[in-house]
Ligand binder design. Structure first.
Ligand code: ARG
Length: 444
């Protein structure tokens, strides 16, 4: 079937006799993904158009018509009446084509001294910048919950683990506070990413700049960038801002997966440290007794997607020669997906943590059961008997073994038993076996 040349490539079809094949249209089109850039594309076009008029590259009346048309398009997209067409490839050409429908041939003046290469880099940077801001807000919201929990539970004893074996007593507050700190680094990573990306590619054109007397500082300022990117080839070919964003998201997701894993473990009947509220758990269709921590399991699993997205774009960018290559059209899906995924995970974690109920007596008992204060005995031997730590470690090991054999807590062992491991131990040692005291002695 003969295709209508005009409808399939009205933007660049001048030198083509035939329209692309259907599969070519399909593989070439990015509109299904990049329509998410519409607001940034319109903002970029308005800034560019205003600059073209200010520099007298186009007439003010034409610029006014273009800007009015762009505003109409924004309203159409917002209200859902805009028709996105695959034959028009991407968001840039969909908008420009609609502009022509609305205001006629003057629409064609908008693309003066611009290329889709600097246009897409600009749109995408604006989008990622907004995504960083939103994620920073979500992270801060979750941090607030951890801040509250760490104050509330600053004296509530629980076992601290290494190798998932009871190690030493800590407080639940301390445990919660460690997540606050992890999230704080995640937050500053997004802040760094945002700060580094905030330079404008607009005006770099296809790769080598333009002969028109443009003012790149003016468009940079209008779009909230700190300045224009000085090397035009770099401006259109750099996507490290996107891979950096993906890394920040993957790292934050990875931190959340550790929390997710702890929630899953703590919510088992065997641990019994935490009860998730009903709205953050699901039941089993066959086993009535089950209350599953699905949201936590899904947050744990979504780390796969977040790291996968990072690897995807790094693989696309690897060994790409300068400057723009169509490969780079494959840069957006992962970024959008990581943003959506991480937003969901942060919200789910906030909901779960806010409504979870901790079984504090159970946590405390676990700190007492697991010989968590064994290190206190060793430290007592060092401090009071001036024993070398290695020897104290051995002596304490014998005491722990004895407690194990007698199925006793360390604090319930008779002094005579302790003395059978080291004759110089006195009653005073019992002052150090309370997990709360052990924790207290370590707070600096
Ligand atoms: N849709 C394209 C992308 O996302 C826009 C840039 C197209 N540039 C070009 N020279 N074909 O990368």
């Amino acid at each position: 079937m003969k295709k209508d040349k005009k409808s399939s490539n009205q933007m660049w079809g001048g030198r083509f006799d035939a329209a692309p094949s259907d599969v070519m249209t399909q593989i070439n089109a990015s509109i299904g993904i990049d329509k998410r850039l519409w607001a940034q594309d319109i903002a970029g076009s308005k800034a560019h158009c205003t600059m073209l008029a200010a520099q007298k590259i186009i007439d003010q009346a034409d610029a006014d018509a273009i800007i009015k048309g762009l505003d109409l398009i924004a309203a159409e997209i917002e209200s859902g009446t805009f028709e996105f067409k695959e034959t028009l490839e991407d968001i840039h050409m969909n908008i420009e084509s609609r502009l022509k429908d609305l205001i006629g041939d003057v629409a064609g003046k908008l693309h003066t001294a611009r290329s889709r290469n600097d246009q897409v880099a600009t749109d995408f940077k604006l989008w990622v910048r907004g995504a960083c801001d939103q994620l920073i807000d979500e992270i801060e919201a979750l941090q607030k919950i951890f801040e509250t929990l760490s104050h509330k539970h600053k004296n509530d004893i629980m076992p601290g683990f290494t190798h998932l074996q009871v190690a030493q007593p800590v407080t639940l507050g301390m445990h919660m506070d460690s997540y606050w700190h992890m999230l704080d680094r995640d937050k500053t990573r997004f802040q760094d990413c945002r700060a580094r990306l905030n330079k404008s590619p607009l005006g770099a054109c296809a790769l080598s700049g333009t002969g028109f007397d443009t003012n790149r500082d003016m468009t940079a300022k209008a779009l909230g960038f700190d300045s224009a990117m000085s090397n035009t080839m770099d401006a259109v070919s750099a996507r490290d801002f996107a891979t950096e964003f993906l890394f920040c998201a993957a790292q934050c997701g990875l931190n959340l997966s550790r929390l997710a894993e702890e929630i899953i473990i703590w919510a088992t009947p065997q641990f019994g440290f935490i009860q998730l509220s009903d709205d953050w758990s699901t039941g089993s269709s066959i086993m009535p007794q089950k209350k599953n921590p699905d949201a936590a399991e899904l947050v744990r699993a979504k780390t796969g997607r977040l790291t996968g997205n990072l690897v995807q774009l790094m693989t696309v960018m690897k060994a790409l020669p300068l400057a723009y290559n169509k490969d780079m059209q494959e840069d957006k899906e992962s970024v959008f997906n990581s943003f959506d995924t991480l937003t969901l995970c942060l919200k789910a974690m906030a909901g779960m943590m806010e409504s979870a109920v901790f079984d504090l007596p159970c946590m405390r008992a676990a700190a007492e059961d697991g010989y968590a204060t064994a290190t206190e005995i060793a430290d007592w031997l060092v401090r009071h008997l001036k024993m070398p730590f290695r020897e104290a470690h051995h002596v304490t090991g014998r005491i722990v073994k004895m407690a194990e054999e007698k199925n006793s807590k360390l604090s319930d062992l008779a002094l005579a038993d302790m003395q059978s491991a080291c004759a110089d131990i006195t009653e005073d040692i019992y002052n150090y076996l309370d997990p709360a005291k052990a924790v207290q002695s370590r707070i600096k």
